[in-house]
Write a protein that binds this ligand. Structure first.
Ligand SMILES: [Zn+2]
Length: 134
């Protein structure tokens, strides 16, 4: 079977989410549990990065308890290559819910593809979590 290598992401390489910061200072701090995403957009970015680094535990714990799947298997043939935030509504430190519209780029078996989604987020026990796609 052909092995598909992941992007090599370390604490000192650029964060996969596209912000101008290293992975360790950006989404990596959320994945480690050292910090909580302060806005719905930052949570969305950190979940994209979790897909890129294969952190299924983070994806599950940032999923709302009512919509979270029992387990998650990431498709190893998908390599995530970039994130575009297209629009956001609410989702700041002053809100309890918000939406983020994004386009996530990937390469699947050598072919470029993209996923476009409008995601809903709410706070659960104070922390931003993903609910579902609108
Ligand atoms: Zn990041």
């Amino acid at each position: 079977m052909h092995h598909v290598p992941r992007n090599t992401i370390t604490p000192t390489t650029p964060c996969p989410c596209g912000l101008d910061a290293t992975y360790g200072d950006c989404c990596g701090a959320f994945h480690e549990g050292a910090k909580q995403a302060p806005t719905a957009e930052r949570l969305m970015r950190s979940r994209y990065s979790a897909f890129a680094v294969g952190d299924t535990a983070y994806l599950l714990r940032t999923w709302h308890s009512t919509t979270r799947p029992p387990s998650l298997d990431l498709d190893p043939t998908v390599r995530w290559t970039g994130l575009e935030i297209l629009a956001t509504s609410a989702g700041t430190a002053f809100h309890q819910e918000g939406t983020v519209e994004f386009r996530a780029h990937c390469v699947v078996r050598g072919h470029e593809d993209a996923q476009h989604e409008l995601s809903r987020f709410v706070r659960e026990n104070g922390a931003w979590v993903y609910v579902d796609a609108v």
